[in-house]
Design a protein around this ligand. Structure first.
Ligand SMILES: NC(=O)c1ccc[n+]([C@@H]2O[C@H](COP(=O)([O-])OP(=O)(O)OC[C@H]3O[C@@H](n4cnc5c(N)ncnc54)[C@H](O)[C@@H]3O)[C@@H](O)[C@H]2O)c1
Length: 254
């Protein structure tokens, strides 16, 4: 249950907001009072998220944007500020999860994953921070992964998600005195479109669930609860933090 309306009067921009974790965060922040801009390449999914936001009595804005392109990233921030007058929260969730060892990964796959999972976060944050500074500050919550904290994920994904961790710390330090906070979550496995090919097989789903000490996958709503806390004023002295939200996965050393 939302604790309070911690985001009344605030404006959030969610990339990858058409699906999965991005949609859950959009809905959670709207349920606590935020107006939400939903940026994605998937306009149908984005429209559905906007309807869910509006169902909470908040305003929603759909923006078609490819976060790997600087022009799109800049425009999505400009359109958000034009529509809502400010930017307080960024959740740059657009991402992918392709696997494969270094030997299995060709240059094209590497560029796709690193462009989306790392450069897309950099570009989204770059333009969002400028807008936040104009609004007097803001909060960014980036999405790494358990795969960004150990060596079991595919090469490109592991590298990009580790990059997100330290990009977040760098932004936290650079903007700490400007009232812009940046924190990072590392989710364990949550069943979304990104991993449906694996998790739609009940046997594989049970194996994956068993790797988490809690013995189950997370839900998008559990991820959204952590993001909402880090984005809220309740986390006013937390910046540069890296928070596993993973049912104990990283603690187990698995
Ligand atoms: N689901 C998990 O288990 C899990 C675990 C750890 C980290 N993550 C991370 O969480 C983030 C969200 O993943 P999800 O599980 O919600 O997956 P998802 O596939 O449900 O959502 C990803 C969204 O990103 C959008 N997208 C893809 N390319 C884009 C681009 N170039 N520009 C704009 N939008 C684009 C997709 O259209 C989609 O709506 C990703 O960064 C992912 O790596 C997910």
């Amino acid at each position: 249950m939302p604790e309070a309306r911690r985001f009344d009067g605030k404006v959030a921009l969610i990339t990858g907001g058409a699906s999965g974790l991005g949609r859950a965060v959009a809905v959670r922040l709207a349920s606590e009072g935020a107006n939400v801009a939903v940026a994605d390449i998937d306009e149908d999914g984005g429209r559905q998220t906007c309807r869910l936001v509006e169902g909470h009595g908040r305003r929603a804005l759909l923006i078609r944007a490819d976060v790997t392109k600087a022009t799109d990233a800049e425009r999505m921030v400009d359109e958000t500020v034009d529509a809502f007058g400010r930017l307080d929260v960024l959740f740059p969730s657009a991402g992918t999860g392709v696997g494969g060892t270094v030997l299995d990964t060709d240059e094209e796959q590497w560029d796709y994953v690193v462009d989306l999972d790392l450069k897309g976060v950099f570009l989204s944050c770059k333009y969002a921070i400028r807008a936040m500074l104009d609004s007097g500050g803001g909060a960014i919550v980036t999405v790494s992964s358990i795969g960004g904290m150990q060596g079991k994920a595919g090469a490109a994904f592991a590298a990009a998600k580790a990059g997100v961790v330290n990009l977040t710390r760098s932004m936290a330090v650079a903007h700490a005195r400007q009232n812009v906070r940046a924190n990072c979550i590392c989710p364990g496995w949550v069943h979304t479109a990104i991993n449906d090919a694996v998790l739609s097989d009940p046997e594989r789903k049970a194996q994956v669930a068993d790797r988490h000490p809690m013995g189950r996958l997370g839900t998008p709503e559990e991820i959204a609860a952590a993001v909402a806390f880090l984005a809220s004023d309740g986390a006013s002295w937390i910046t540069g933090a890296v928070l596993p939200v993973d049912g104990g996965y990283l603690a187990s050393g698995r």
